[in-house]
Design a protein around this ligand. Structure first.
Ligand code: PHE
Length: 336
């Protein structure tokens, strides 16, 4: 058999056996068998120098090429074996890397707490649209046509007579139009006003609105419900104060304050020295509104209240700037 054929056979055999090697030891045996000092390929290489010049050139090139291929193949298989060993050495009892868990936004958390408190009192949660008509946002709520809130400087209009709701009160109308008393509902959602942004104003904010209608519903029911709610949310020892106020859709209306949660009513910078913090608007539903939804004001009465969720969250958690709720800075959010 001439050297050329021998080389060809050797190549076939070597590639096949390299493919079959398993583990480090077999690879080392392979190296010795072919590439070692007495290896088959080494021996062929040694004989090349005795060939006539022309053959030497051709066979020499082939033999050296084969040597290089075998060396590279060996290296590749060795690294694979190494890799597998690493995987096999992996200790599955090691503790893993914990993924960071997200959680609910502070506004969502307080909304849930508020909803829970009103649910205890039998209030049902309802929802209404954020895009409203002037009718639901103002007219049905007895806002006169020239009321400043109707101005496009104060509300976001999307088209004539269509705007982003500036409060949650239109939900009162939508519910009363569809259902008959007795009613006990709350709604929580986003509202929009064209306010300049500062520490206590943001053009988007959340309100919670409550409504109760039935026979013989009186102002004392309103006082009872709100006092229960505010003491539950803030602290059982706060006092609640009702002062006369004005809203077009309630009569009489009240602005409701709680005794300052920071100084307990003594007077401090947070309450402007008064000992009281104003927190919400409320009142008995104006008979004009009841008539609009075709309720008989002689038979049914009711109360409504509305307040800003951000304001409650800010007081409860002593947050000094409303913008923090929208910046999504994890250093802020992770505290809740
Ligand atoms: N909608 C009023 C506001 O945004 C709050 C309010 C609601 C007042 C219900 C009285 C009754 O200021």
């Amino acid at each position: 058999m001439n050297l050329k054929t021998q080389l060809k056979r050797l190549a076939e055999e070597a590639f096949l056996s390299l493919k079959r090697t398993k583990g480090k030891e077999e690879l080392e045996n392979f190296r010795i068998a072919y590439l070692g000092r007495k290896g088959t390929l080494t021996r062929i290489l040694r004989r090349i120098k005795d060939l006539p010049l022309e053959e030497r050139k051709v066979i020499g090139k082939r033999a050296n090429g084969l040597k290089q291929q075998l060396e590279e193949g060996l290296k590749l298989r060795l690294s694979r074996v190494e890799e597998r060993r690493k995987v096999e050495r992996f200790d599955i009892t090691l503790p893993g890397i914990k993924p960071r868990l997200g959680h609910l936004h502070p506004i969502t958390l307080i909304s849930e707490e508020i909803r829970g408190t009103f649910q205890e009192l039998g209030f049902e949660m309802v929802a209404g649209p954020e895009i409203e008509t002037e009718y639901y946002n103002f007219e049905a709520l007895n806002f006169p046509p020239e009321h400043p809130a109707r101005d496009s400087f104060d509300s976001f209009y999307l088209a004539p007579e269509i705007l982003l709701r500036s409060h949650t009160s239109p939900v009162q109308i939508r519910v009363m139009e569809k259902r008959k008393p007795p009613l006990r509902i709350i709604t929580i959602g986003r509202c929009y006003r064209r306010d300049a942004i500062d520490a206590s104003h943001f053009p988007v904010f959340h309100q919670i609105e409550g409504l109760m209608v039935g026979e013989k519903i009186s102002f004392s029911h309103l006082k009872g419900v709100l006092t229960y709610f505010l003491q539950k949310i803030f602290s059982p020892d706060i006092r609640v104060r009702f002062l006369p106020s004005y809203f077009p859709f309630t009569e009489p209306s009240a602005e409701v304050s709680i005794s300052c949660i920071f100084c307990k009513g003594a007077g401090c910078s947070s309450c402007g020295g008064s000992g009281w913090i104003e927190i919400l608007g409320a009142g008995m539903i104006n008979p004009m509104v009841l008539r609009k939804v075709k309720y008989d004001p002689e038979k049914f009465t009711g109360f409504a209240f509305g307040m800003g969720i951000e304001r409650i969250a800010m007081l409860k958690h002593r947050i000094s700037d409303i913008r923090l709720f929208w910046e999504n800075d994890l250093r802020f959010l992770e505290q809740f």
